[in-house]
Design a protein around this ligand. Structure first.
Ligand code: AMP
Length: 417
């Protein structure tokens, strides 16, 4: 019986995981350099955690199931709600701001295509406990620095749903309709949007894009009063910090994000050439979510990279790097030296850091072994023969320049450094 992989999932071969691991490591190193620490939350949660605030887009695509005790559970479709829950359960008494990161798999029952999977990885951060514009800016700068560290070309756009929410309030659009408005903005469905929000000004505001000049236009359209004015000021401060950090970005007040919990700054990062699935990162401020989950009112801001899309972007832009260890193969010339070579291989593994040491189990001929080692990309082959062993030595073949030399057994590890 042949069993196929479930639709929307992938298997990763060793070469692929090497590339993915190297990219993940590079990103998390940048997270660590900004003093973020890793957390891990469960793969499944109570379904209501995501049904409350994650938005229609997520709700419709959740993997929901009942366990044997009739609990309604779901495979997590995103991490922010889990982090907010974890904060309420475990972290609310810790010193703030808390700087957390994760890198894990998420699950959404979506129509699979390149860059859209049912099982996918998100690598992201949450900064909990600060409402200062500099914390929004740190998040944006951090996302940008990670992608720069990977050598990627990208465009970063910053918006602010706080401005849009305040404007909807000014226009007397009921708060229960806000979610639908944001979904329509996110989908770019301006025509349906006009049925809910009649005022032309709203469509003009969400159409504002470009450099910081767009903020001046916004000030004119929003006529500088109440909630819209303070939200706009907040965006101005955030962008001035981002500018001070020297990152490239554009303003786009049409960013709504599919997730309902955002309250302030939102941003998205795209990469050209990835087709419809070109958004590799999304994030923003969510100041009410922790309270919704029963915690104290705590401001928070974060983002998630769609890690699979980051890897797709690396391939597209020829920026793929795999961390490669030097490879040493140890082989016996004949069955007689097998046990001794086995011991030599074990000894090398113990003494050498940052190398891989392979052992030729099957007693193939030396020429065959050298051929296999060469195909494997080995850097050295340690050849263990009787004659050399008798004088306390082995032969080391350098596979790059094909030179060979005899090395004393007790100096072997030092020989490789
Ligand atoms: P979201 O949690 O919807 O804001 O998504 C954050 C990021 O995760 C997006 O910018 C995408 O890059 C990525 N993403 C979302 N859904 C998928 C999916 N089904 N497959 C792969 N990546 C995804």
């Amino acid at each position: 019986m042949k069993v196929e992989r479930p639709r929307g999932t992938r298997d990763f071969k060793v070469g692929e995981t090497r590339v993915r691991d190297a990219a993940e490591r590079r990103i998390t190193e940048v997270f660590e350099s900004y003093s973020y620490g890793r957390i891990v939350t469960p793969v499944f949660e109570h379904a209501e955690l995501f049904q409350i605030k994650s938005g229609d887009e997520i709700r419709e695509h959740m993997y929901v199931f009942k366990d044997k005790s009739d609990r309604l559970l779901c495979l997590r479709p995103e991490e922010t709600a889990s982090v907010a829950r974890m904060f309420v359960n475990e972290l609310k008494n810790e010193r703030k701001p808390l700087k957390l990161y994760y890198s894990d798999r998420m699950f959404r029952y979506e129509r699979p295509q390149r860059g859209r999977y049912r099982e996918f990885w998100q690598t992201g951060v949450e900064l909990i406990g600060s409402d200062r514009p500099a914390s929004d800016a740190e998040i944006i700068v951090l996302a940008s620095k990670c992608l720069q560290a990977l050598g990627l070309e990208f465009t970063l756009e910053i918006g602010h749903v706080g401005i849009l929410k305040a404007l909807l309030d000014d226009l007397k659009i009921k708060s229960e309709d806000h979610g639908r408005v944001f979904t329509l903005i996110d989908k770019g469905d301006v025509e349906s949007l006009k049925d809910i929000v009649k005022e032309k000004r709203f469509v003009e505001v969400i159409g504002l894009k470009g450099d910081v000049e767009a903020l001046k236009k916004a000030a004119e359209l929003l006529d500088g009063s109440g909630g819209t004015a303070s939200a706009l000021r907040n965006l101005e401060e955030i962008t001035s910090f981002a500018k001070a950090a020297g990152i490239d970005f554009r303003i786009n007040l049409g960013i709504a994000r599919g997730l309902e919990y955002y309250t302030g700054m939102v941003f998205e990062i795209r990469v050209d050439g990835l087709g419809a699935e070109n958004q590799i990162c999304g994030g923003g401020r969510y100041d009410n979510l922790i309270e919704v989950f029963g915690g104290p009112k705590t401001p928070a801001v974060g983002f998630a990279f769609g890690f699979d899309r980051v890897v797709n972007a690396l391939e597209l832009q020829n920026k793929v790097k795999a961390d490669r260890r030097k490879l040493i193969c140890v082989t016996a010339v004949s069955a007689e030296e097998m046990a001794e070579s086995f011991r030599i291989a074990a000894n090398l593994r113990e003494k050498l850091r940052g190398f891989s040491v392979d052992f030729e189990f099957s007693g193939k001929s030396l020429s065959k072994t050298l051929e296999i080692a060469s195909n494997q990309g080995a850097d050295y082959v340690v050849i263990v023969g009787r004659k050399e062993l008798d004088s306390g030595e082995v032969t080391v073949r350098n596979m790059t320049d094909r030179s060979q030399e005899n090395v004393k057994l007790d100096e072997l590890a030092e020989f490789f450094g």
